[in-house]
Design a protein around this ligand. Structure first.
Ligand SMILES: *Cc1c(COP(=O)(O)O)cnc(C)c1O
Length: 479
């Protein structure tokens, strides 16, 4: 398998793609081909066996033993007893819970894998330098990257989160993180500012040289890294096969997919699953009040020239959705076209796509999110977080037509204020108290990773602005 850039003919091996994160021309690496997998052969595979199968297709330069090692290290007892990705059924809705990892968001599904992929890639390329991971986070990637790379030899991680753009629990998760190879900064601005600033550093030769002279090379733990996307394909297969095994669908029967979307990584992994033979009919792309993607899929115009709103689903507060580039490339593998459109987005904040978009899209506003959390709890005694509520609500609007997989991306306890309020409670200034109240009101126990956050004092928040990022990074490397 080779991976090629969406913006040129440049192509690399799997190990190189994982190490580099992004192509030097600014494009994203995509697999050169997709081979259909015979579903029947996978029917008895558990999650880890599926992961091994998928990784052997996409990381072809890794040995079988190496892949088995990666999978064992990734999906160990960091995941709770409920299972790696349990399914909950509500009639024709199947909710795939992807928040049973150490940081209680779906980012764990891939970020528990990525460090091990990188270590193996480093060994294969006999790369002597350390890996320096720069990560922009809208709230969940940051903590999952810190947790995944904690104490991994030969790696260092710096996370930039938008200063006022994450939930109280998300911030506490990042600021209580232990580990000598890890660093967290609060960035003045919103997630788009953080993501753009980090992307700019990746294409700054002077900065790269400064990092190299300190014995490191840059890489990314954001979903622009193919090592994030491939592990996400696994759970779509897992969920489908689980539905078959439970007798809810027949093998080969089509399902629909409804995904709460921000940077477009999660839903793109679903698109890749379909290319690999998973029968998916409708893709429903669910946005919050920052509905730039809804507008794009309904009008063909991607227009990021608008104010980014802060919502109760902060991990989807995004205007420039990175992985859309890979989806567009899959529709029309024309490097020049992609280059033009992405350039227009960068310089003018807008581009028009010439047609052929094949997703259904919708959004939920704040009032709808709150009402959905309440209604789902009242009807099913089932607690969902605001991101999952966005998907649930957008599916309501689009009327389920067949068995539909809703992707549940985070634990409600990461957003105690918003969820408590939706359930009729009264949040206070005290996050911990809100968590306990939420547990009481919902009759749901507080997950351990949340309880543990109060075992230590958070570090002082360190604020930087975009212009000071380079200097802050280099200073930390020199410490
Ligand atoms: C990251 C995230 C999303 C959005 O996923 P994308 O892959 O960026 O589209 C949705 N919900 C939660 C809780 C997240 O952390």
């Amino acid at each position: 398998m080779r991976y090629k850039s969406t913006r040129s003919g440049h192509n690399v091996s799997p190990a190189q793609a994982v190490l580099q994160g992004i192509s030097p021309d600014g494009g994203l690496f995509v697999p050169l081909q997709f081979e259909e997998i015979a579903l029947k052969e996978l029917i008895h595979d558990d999650y880890k066996a599926l992961a091994r199968h998928m990784f052997s297709l996409f990381f072809t330069d890794f040995s079988e033993e190496a892949i088995a090692g990666v999978v064992e290290s990734a999906y160990d007892d960091k995941f709770d007893k409920a299972g790696i990705a349990p399914l909950k059924l509500f009639g024709d809705r199947a909710v795939l819970e992807l928040f049973h990892g150490p940081t209680l968001a779906f980012k764990d599904m891939a970020l528990s894998v990525l460090p091990h992929l990188m270590k193996e890639a480093q060994r294969l390329k006999t790369q002597a330098e350390d890996i320096l991971i720069l990560t922009a986070t809208s709230g969940d990637t940051g903590k999952a990257a810190l947790e995944g790379f904690k104490d991994v030899p030969g790696t260092r991680v710096i996370v930039f989160y938008p200063m006022d753009g994450v939930s109280s629990v998300q911030e506490r998760q990042m600021l209580t993180q232990q580990g000598d190879n890890l660093k967290v900064f609060a960035l003045k601005g919103n997630f788009d500012d953080a993501q753009t600033a980090v992307k700019n550093l990746f294409s700054d030769p002077g900065f790269q040289e400064a990092v190299r002279s300190r014995g490191s090379t840059l890489s990314s733990a954001n979903s622009i890294n193919i090592g994030r996307l491939i592990p996400q394909v696994v759970y779509y297969f897992h969920a489908y096969l689980e539905l078959v095994r439970q007798g809810k669908i027949d093998l080969g029967e089509a399902i629909d997919l409804c995904v709460p979307t921000g940077n477009f990584g999660n839903i793109l992994a679903g698109v890749y699953a379909k290319k690999l033979g998973l029968p998916i009919t409708r893709f429903i792309c669910a946005s919050n009040q920052n509905h730039v993607l809804t507008d794009f899929f309904t009008s063909g115009v991607y227009d990021a020239r608008r104010e980014l709103l802060r919502t109760s689903s902060p991990s989807m507060d995004i205007l420039v959705s990175s992985n859309l580039e890979r989806y567009l490339y899959a529709l029309k593998p024309d490097e020049q076209l992609i280059r033009q459109k992405m350039q227009a987005l960068k310089t003018e904040g807008v581009f028009t796509w010439p047609g052929g978009l094949d997703m259904i899209a919708g959004f939920a506003d704040e009032e709808e999110v709150s009402r959905t959390i309440y209604q789902v709890f009242a009807q099913h005694h089932y607690l969902i977080d605001p991101h999952t509520a966005v998907a649930w609500q957008v599916l309501d609007k689009n009327k389920p037509e067949r068995m539909t997989l809703i992707i549940s991306t985070a634990s409600a306890f990461k957003f105690p204020e918003q969820v408590l309020q939706a359930l009729g409670g009264t949040p206070t200034e005290d996050t911990r108290e809100n968590i306990e109240q939420l547990a009481r009101v919902s009759g749901t126990p507080v997950p351990h990773p949340i309880k543990d956050l109060w075992e230590r004092e958070p570090f002082q928040r360190q604020v930087v602005d975009a212009e000071a990022m380079q200097e802050a990074i280099l200073r930390w490397l020199d410490e």
